[in-house]
Design a binder for this molecule. Structure first.
Ligand code: IMP
Ligand code: MG
Length: 338
């Protein structure tokens, strides 16, 4: 069984939360991360402990799963090694021989680039510079780095063998549909494609092996950095509605807009989800905090969810009602998913 989780807006929809919930509920044999690299920040809260992860899969919360990073993902060895320590996952985290390596020089190149820093609002974590070196075929790969030696593996082989043995594999996307280099709001995008099909390529799995694609939307839209954002709210309005968020990687304030069906429809077209996850329902309907059953949601909140299902014609199976992995409504059984 292969589950793929991707983001339908501009990143920061709560994929980390959804993935950590799925890891606990479904007990994957492997959790494998795709996407760009350490420019992404996933927040995972489990039993009151908060982890902010830029390299290691959010599914680490299930202690028995093997944690992999696909060859399409850039790795900053310092960030990787510090997260291995933070999460105490020495014996079960691995990255592919062919992951590209971010060095200090890439970070310096981005920090010194006014266009990237000021106009695009890059996280300046070295991803774009490393990505361009990879395209020029002069980027170092993980297999050349001595301190990573004990963590190296053939990720596509591991993932495909697990699937051949009917094991459950959870594939974790990063960033969000409209930050895609090809499908996003160019030039206000990240340095790679990151829609569902690109994440599969990052980890080396063919499209026919996918069983479920979960597209994650937040109950409202946020973006960090430059670029268009339809119906953007003023900072005051966002603060009044409790929607102000601070970006995980850069510490910047996120820009805020209401839930957007035009974006959502296009994200459905690009990612072909079989299920939708809606996060932060408790931010727009306060009395839904920590609710764990759909039937216990207030009428208004139910209507919000049903309107999404009717408009997008995809079932909303996972609803997040608080930051903790356990504050989740899981409707998969009731809606006929096994
Ligand atoms: P870069 O990929 O760091 O160069 O950043 C390019 C744009 O993508 C900036 O607007 C970043 O804020 C945004 N971005 C990159 N990764 C993420 C992410 O994981 N979440 C949200 N925004 C991101
Ligand atoms: Mg994030």
């Amino acid at each position: 069984m292969l589950y793929l989780v991707v983001d339908g807006f501009f990143g920061d929809t709560g994929k980390g939360k959804v993935i950590s919930y799925l890891a606990i509920a479904d007990k994957p044999y492997i959790v494998v991360r795709g996407g760009v690299g350490p420019n992404a920040g996933h927040t995972v809260v489990i039993d009151g402990n908060e982890y902010k992860l830029r390299q290691i899969p959010s599914g680490f919360v299930y202690e028995r799963s093997r944690l992999l990073i696909g060859p399409g993902v850039l790795v900053n060895p310092k960030v990787f090694l510090s997260e291995v320590e933070l999460t105490n996952t020495y014996d079960r985290v691995f990255l592919d021989y062919n992951c590209g390596i971010i060095e200090d020089i890439h970070i310096e190149r981005e920090r010194g680039d006014r266009y990237l820093k000021k106009k695009i609002g890059s996280t300046a974590s070295g991803c774009g510079a490393a990505q361009s070196d990879r395209a020029l075929r002069k980027l170092k790969l993980a297999k050349e780095i001595e301190e990573l030696e004990k963590y190296l593996t053939d990720v596509p082989l591991e993932v495909n063998s697990a699937l051949d043995n009917d094991e459950y594999v959870l594939v974790e996307g990063t960033q969000g549909t409209f930050l895609s280099l090809y499908h996003g709001t160019y030039p206000y995008v990240t340095s790679k494609d990151i829609i569902a099909s690109a994440i599969l390529s990052d980890v080396g799995v063919g499209p026919k092996k996918v069983d479920e694609i979960v597209l994650v939307f937040k109950s409202y839209v946020t973006r960090v950095g430059g670029g268009p954002l339809e119906n953007e709210m003023s900072e005051e309005e966002a603060a009044e509605k409790n929607m102000v968020e601070i970006a995980t990687v850069t510490g910047r304030k996120r820009r805020v807009a209401p839930f957007n069906f035009r974006y959502a429809k296009r994200a459905v077209m690009l990612n072909t989800p079989t299920q939708i996850a809606i996060t932060k329902l408790d931010v727009i309907y306060r009395d839904t905090y920590n609710v764990k059953e759909f039937s216990k949601l207030p009428m208004e909140a139910k209507r919000f969810i049903e309107n999404i299902e009717e408009t997008l014609k995809i079932p909303v199976t996972i609803i997040s009602t608080g930051p903790d992995a356990k504050s989740t409504i899981d409707r998969r059984k009731e809606l006929g998913f096994d």
